[in-house]
Ligand binder design. Structure first.
Ligand SMILES: [Zn+2]
Length: 258
């Protein structure tokens, strides 16, 4: 049975570690810091069998060198000049199997140009995706390197994964993202219910992630660029975009200063 646990790092990062229950091999996704990962592995008596990275930002790769040297672990990641530690460069459609989990690579540029996600069609019966800083619970990453059409297409790629797909993003931004979602979508019943549920989790310091594709489709404005509510909210901001990629770009600019 697959076990996936968040290792907290920095202010609000989650470094995901997965392993098979009863197994000895673990895999870490986006180790921005080595120390908390080492502590976690020691506490579970696990050995690091592989490192996966989604993109080149320091809070996702800062611990790679130390972990790689200590464990002699292969590093899977985008074929990117920004991440020289990668020993197994990956492209769209590539497949890998680590700690018993079969993953397929999705290229999702926008937050950075080199951003990839890892999708497992069957993780103990349900799909999952490790999507780094592309799709967040109720939001999405900032567009540091890509264009709005590029990032919109990447989010749409994630949005078309099966509805049950568990979404493992890498920051605890959910409550502030939901405030923005509410400003855009208004007090829809599904959004209101989510805000209550996520506030209850945060009140007892529980992560709000993973989310699911179904929940994101229902409550994440960045996946609802054709929703008349979104287009009307932009109009109230003096923005007249109606084409989905342009709606996305206007939403992202609005969120940047929200
Ligand atoms: Zn990032």
């Amino acid at each position: 049975m697959l076990h996936i646990e968040p290792v907290k790092a920095f202010k609000d990062n989650y470094l995901w570690v997965f392993h098979q229950l009863g197994g000895t091999e673990a895999v870490v996704v986006d180790p921005g810091d080595a120390a908390p990962v080492q502590q976690f592995l020691a506490s579970r008596q696990l050995r690091l069998a592989a490192i996966l990275v989604t993109h080149h930002h320091a809070d996702h790769i800062g611990g790679v060198n130390e972990l790689q040297q200590y464990w002699q672990a292969p590093v899977y990641g985008p074929a990117s000049p920004n991440i020289p530690q990668v020993t197994h460069p990956l492209r769209e459609g590539d497949q890998l199997k680590v700690a018993g989990l079969a993953l397929r690579v999705l290229e999702v540029p926008g937050h950075t140009l080199d951003h990839i996600a890892y999708y497992a069609a069957d993780a103990d019966g349900t799909p999952l995706v490790f999507c780094g800083d592309t799709l967040f619970a109720a939001g999405c990453g900032r567009m540091f390197e890509g264009t709005a059409p590029m990032m919109h297409a990447s989010l749409q790629k994630l949005a078309t994964l099966p509805a049950a797909t568990r979404v493992y993003c890498t920051h605890e931004y959910t409550l502030s993202n939901l405030q923005f979602a509410r400003a855009v979508l208004g007090d829809t019943p599904v959004l209101t219910a989510r805000i209550v549920a996520e506030q209850q989790k945060r009140a007892v310091d529980m992560p709000t992630v993973p989310s699911t594709v179904a929940l994101e489709l229902a409550t994440n404005p960045f996946l609802r660029c054709e929703d008349p509510l979104v287009i009307a909210a932009l109009a109230r901001q003096g923005q007249s975009q109606t084409k989905p990629a342009e709606v996305f770009g206007a939403l992202r600019r609005w969120k940047d200063t929200f």
